[in-house]
Design a protein around this ligand. Structure first.
Ligand code: 3H9
Length: 689
């Protein structure tokens, strides 16, 4: 018998249990084990019904993604599903945790499904650039009708047990999966209920077969937000075959499309990103098994935009927080903004109508630092000035309880310096959230020279708990994300001096897949901040300075690099800006030249990649894939391009190094000289990832 799948018989019910941690993925061993056990159960005259269940934290979470791209091993998943569906004895899937992808497809080949109430059922393959390749596109529409099938397959998000029950995906919501499955099986036998094979049941397809707009309307509604991805559209074609073709032929078509997507560059990049995200949670140099400290109470210092957003992130995850300010007015203002944000989200349907009130009760306000004495984790989100931060940490050292984690949300400052203000530098760490903090998923966990292993583990596990994607980074100016952003920004600004216009630069990057170009991003953040800081440091940036002198501070003044009409956030090209750039260049004696979109893309992205190479060299990031995760979740790098370092490997490091050398020479810009690590890898024909 297989070590990962077992068969036991219990009073005429055969129980097939899959036990393959961590998530019972359908590896060759699991597929083989299921097939063997199902055959045995069918052959065993004492067994009248079969319950398929999983041990551990979840039902099958899908095909084993680590097997993708390798030579296929027998038995195929399709063979396993055919055996289950053809079984003359009823097969019941008893679901707990997550039944995802191939896992849900296994249950769809079973004759009946029951699930416990916390189960999630879904076909998330599009998120890996794939489509359900084991009958999901043919059986799910037959189980729940094409409209919900389109939503689940093309959207990729799972549904809960209750919604599954309402839509006929499961027969019952049970207290506990295995006992519920067994009880259901006994009832079934007592009632002599006939088997339901989805492959033979077209009832739920009838309406959409006679009125195609039911299907096309559902597809149009869900694909209208899709940008740049191929898989959702191919998945829509596959679901269409369920309507147009008999089951077996539909299955064949689905297989062809699945294999086509499997070899696509997009799917390879998305699968890379899946593992990169999980890898990022592993902390280099910290022993696995290091336990996080217990965190029951959290305090946030500063109720400004960042502090408020961070407090919302904790409240969204059901964790109570104390929000601390220096005065009641500041606190009231902060609470007002949080309430407004929640209400706006509820009005858009993003959260239930009663959620704002519930979540607000989890956030308590307090005036003065003396209120943080009981907190296990304190996140400081005050003004981005070293003197203020140092003062706060000096006070925290006196007030915070022993063993509390002291985190700063600084985005640029030297946290080693900040930690020196305390007598417990081992408890100090950076937790750099991105704005808006309640929405953006990235959290850079900044490791100082002295951060203790369990401080880091606590910060990482807490970030995951509140739905963030944590990445460990080291201390340097801007850490990983903003340091690379600055390198890109320098090139974007330089391109204006060479003859490009803001709209051309932004368009080249949005066409590549970035959600926003560097100049629209500048307008969103506010140009006055950089202007003031340049004035303080006696630095000039002629074009941006000229914009600010003309009162163009970005979105907040309705004009910056672009103009904004009637409070809209859509950037519109502005002839005034072109005039202003022309005048500035004339004054500086510079001539505009024609710049190609290719040059814009290369100079901006290759400069970032070059900075990424320096970051790796210096050990600020432990892995190239960590840098990719930062850019995927912090800046909206198109996930189907894997991240900047993965993209660099895809283009070829030789090409990138050569182009950077050319640009460094042409633009007399030594910062564009290829970094030593980039040169070395290019010479060795090696890769970052
Ligand atoms: C598919 O099914 C195709 C079929 O239609 C057709 C086939 C013919 N395979 O996320 P976690 C690992 S496509 C291999 O940290 P959580 C993961 O790498 C698949 N490994 O836990 C990690 O390893 P490590 C469709 C997998 O509790 C460990 O498990 N299914 C797989 O936060 C723990 O993972 C999906 O896309 C896998 N399928 O979340 C579901 N899944 O510890 C993908 C996980 O070494 N999985 N691992 O770093 C998930 O969404 C989440 O992992 C899940 C658990 C929600 C299940």
């Amino acid at each position: 018998m297989s070590p990962v799948v077992s068969l036991k018989s219990h009073d005429a019910i055969g129980i097939v249990t899959i036990d393959s941690p961590p998530v019972n993925a359908l590896s060759a061993a699991v597929r083989g084990g299921i097939l063997e056990c199902v055959h045995q159960a069918i052959a065993d005259p004492s067994i009248q019904a079969i319950v398929l269940t999983c041990a551990g934290r979840t039902f099958i979470a899908g095909a084993d993604i680590t097997e993708f791209g390798k030579p296929p091993k027998k038995p195929t998943l399709d063979e396993v599903l055919t055996a289950i569906e053809s079984s003359p004895k009823p097969v019941i899937a008893a679901i707990h945790g997550t039944a995802l992808g191939g896992g849900l497809e296994v249950t769809l080949a079973c004759h009946f499904r029951v699930a416990d109430k916390s189960s999630k059922l879904g076909l998330p393959e599009v998120k890996l650039g794939l489509l359900p390749g084991a009958g999901g596109t043919q059986r799910l529409p037959r189980a729940v009708g094409p409209e919900l099938a389109v939503k689940m397959i093309i959207g990729g998000d799972p549904i809960g047990a209750n919604e599954a029950l309402q839509n006929g995906l499961i027969e019952e919501v049970v207290e506990e999966a295995l006992s519920g499955g067994e009880a259901f099986a006994r009832k079934l036998l007592a009632d002599r209920r006939p088997l339901r094979r989805l492959r033979d049941d077209d009832t739920k397809l009838a309406a959409a077969r006679s009125d195609r707009s039911i299907f096309t309307g559902a597809v149009a509604a869900i694909t209208k937000k899709v940008r740049g991805l191929e898989a959702p559209f191919v998945a829509a074609d596959a679901i269409g075959y369920a309507l147009d073709l008999p089951f077996e032929q539909g299955l064949k078509k689905e297989r062809e499309l699945f294999l086509q997507l499997m070899s696509s560059d997009q799917s390879k990049a998305l699968r890379y990103a899946f593992f990169a995200e999980r890898e990022a949670a592993k902390i280099a140099g910290v022993e696995t098994g290091t336990k996080p400290r217990s965190v029951e109470g959290v305090a946030i210092i500063g109720a400004g935009t960042m502090g408020g957003g961070i407090a919302m992130s904790f409240a969204n995850a059901g964790i109570p927080v104390t929000l601390v300010e220096t005065g009641k007015d500041q606190l009231d203002r902060g609470f007002g903004i949080i309430r407004k944000n929640y209400e706006a989200t509820a009005a858009r349907g993003g959260i239930p109508a009663d959620a704002p009130a519930k979540r607000m009760t989890l956030i308590t306000g307090a005036v003065g630092l003396e209120n943080i004495g009981q907190a296990d984790l304190i996140v400081e989100a005050v003004f981005e000035t070293m003197t203020i931060k140092k003062e706060v940490f000096g006070q925290l050292d006196k007030i915070a309880k022993s063993g509390a984690i002291l985190a700063t949300n600084t985005s640029f400052l030297d946290i080693n310096e900040i930690a020196k203000e305390t007598k417990r530098p081992q408890d100090v760490v950076g937790m750099h959230f991105f704005s808006p903090a309640n929405v953006m998923k990235l959290c850079e966990i900044v490791r100082t020279k002295s951060s203790a292993p369990d401080t880091l583990v606590t910060a990482v596990s807490l970030a995951r708990k509140i739905g963030k994607v944590p990445v460990i980074v080291g201390v340097c100016d801007g850490f990983v994300g903003n340091r690379m952003l600055m390198a890109r920004q320098r090139q974007a600004s330089q391109l204006l001096f060479d003859g490009a216009l803001p709209q051309q630069v932004d368009a080249a990057l949005t066409k590549f897949g970035m959600p926003m170009g560097p100049f629209a991003m500048g307008d969103l953040a506010g140009l006055d901040i950089g202007w003031r800081s340049r004035q303080d440091r006696g630095i000039k940036s002629e074009i941006e300075d000229a914009l600010c002198e003309a009162g163009r501070f970005g979105q907040k003044t309705g004009k910056g690099f672009f103009r904004y009409e009637n409070g809209s956030r859509a950037p519109l090209p502005d002839p005034e800006v072109e005039k202003l750039i022309d005048q500035t260049l004339k004054r500086l004696g510079r001539k505009r030249r024609t710049i190609s979109d290719e040059e814009i893309l290369e100079r901006t992205t290759y400069a970032m990649i070059n900075e990424g190479a320096r970051i790796l060299e210096e050990g600020i990031a432990a892995r190239a894939s960590d840098i990719d995760v930062v850019w995927l979740y912090g800046y909206g790098w198109p996930v189907y391009r894997g991240g900047p370092m993965y993209y660099a490997d895809h283009v070829g490091l030789k090409t990138i190094a050569a182009r950077l050398s050319d640009y460094a020479r042409e633009a007399s810009d030594p910062s564009l000289e290829p970094a030593p690590l980039l040169k070395q890898l290019a010479d060795q024909n090696a890769k970052f990832t």
